[in-house]
Design a protein around this ligand. Sequence first.
Ligand code: BG6
Length: 463
Amino acid sequence: MTVPNSGSLVFFGATGDLAYKQIFPSLQGLIQQEGFNVPIIGVSLDGSLEKLKARAEESLKSHGILDPEAFQKLAGLLRAVQGDYNDPGTYEKLRRELGDTERPLHYLAIPPTMFATVVEGLVNAGCATGARVVLEKPFGRDLSSAQELNRILHEHFPEKSIYRIDHYLGKEPVQNILYFRFANPIFEPIWNRDHVRSIQITMAEEFGVKGRGKFYEEAGAIRDVLQNHMLQLLASLTMDPHRGEDHESLRDEKGRLFKAITPLKPGDVVRGQFTGYLSEPGVSHDSTIETFVAVKLSIDNWRWAGVPIFIRCGKKLPLTSTEVMVEFKRPPRETFGEIVPITSSHMRIRISPDITISLGLRVKKPGGRMAGQDVELTFIRQDAEDTPPYQRLLGDAMRGSAELFAREDGIEAQWRVVDSVLDNVTPLYTYAPGTWGPEEAYQLIGRHGPWLNPRPPENRKCV
Ligand code: BG6
């Protein structure tokens, strides 16, 4: 079924960070590649039209992607509405600017504490009729606040008009996990508890909080990336095939998977904070926010019962990379009498910085003995040509395609997984920058380990 495109894009927070880092580059990309050609209305407290044009130009220059022709088109489509989000007059101005455009897309690139105010302002001024709304992560702070936010949104918007962004879903390699699994039937018979020994996901970042201390103090690793990006990745890796032809079926299957994840208990979680975090700008001197988290999860369904799943994410780790390791069981006995590392058979799926899929196998070493070595059969691709995630997602929302956005049931199920380990219910350990987190993370994985660290790109070879 084709859904009509939005007739205009309204973005709140037009002079903010997200607009600068993601929205302006995405808009230029949409103009270049998809002939995007509808009014773009930036709403902010202090952004005149001239200021927004200058911000857009500066943003594109800072990304090294300024295309003078596309930028001219972007500047020509840009409109500005200035005003306080608490002032009904701001939405009256927006109403006039929208004119008779149909299905405006309202992108709330603003702090979540302002979501409800802006939604009410839009509704009262008649800007919400037939409209779509895009919301940035974090969607709520826990299960009950997410439910409350959903309730407020549903008073005015049907679920099909709500687009909750998790930019991991817009990433090519994340979509490729589903494609790769379901387009190659040879994997299906082994993708389950009979053949998989364990699953590990590591999201490592070499950098710290990059001056976002104030934001991070409200989040911490569990809310910032585990509840959303990491669980989405896990769902793509472990869900059952969807029917394909219908947009909702993918989100139905994902929802089923999220609901099958056993909620975390304190003993399944190790939280860490890197030494030096407390001196970051915007961070409280006695903060107990975690910059690292490692968890042990399980999925309570037939496919995955009994398979331990470990996820860790952290800042100030030795390198920047996100990698999935699916570890396969060894044969019931080693036919050639060798002592083989338990990690020999695996599938490595690397999401960043490059896109890699490797199959870890044993091959015989040349010579008289039946003795082998570990090799990886590897597919590598650089991501330079990929559509950036925000551009992909913004384009999809404009077209009314919701498949790559989080749905109400899914997001609530994701919060249910982490809800009882939020805030300070588990101890906080410190770790030195440049290490793989606190010692306790090694104890968590125990006999299911070792943790398999993503390798620096230069150490990986195609075999
Ligand atoms: C964001 C988090 O959602 O994702 C950041 O707020 C994190 O803390 C970022 O660094 C990672 O995204 P990517 O695309 O760089 O892996």
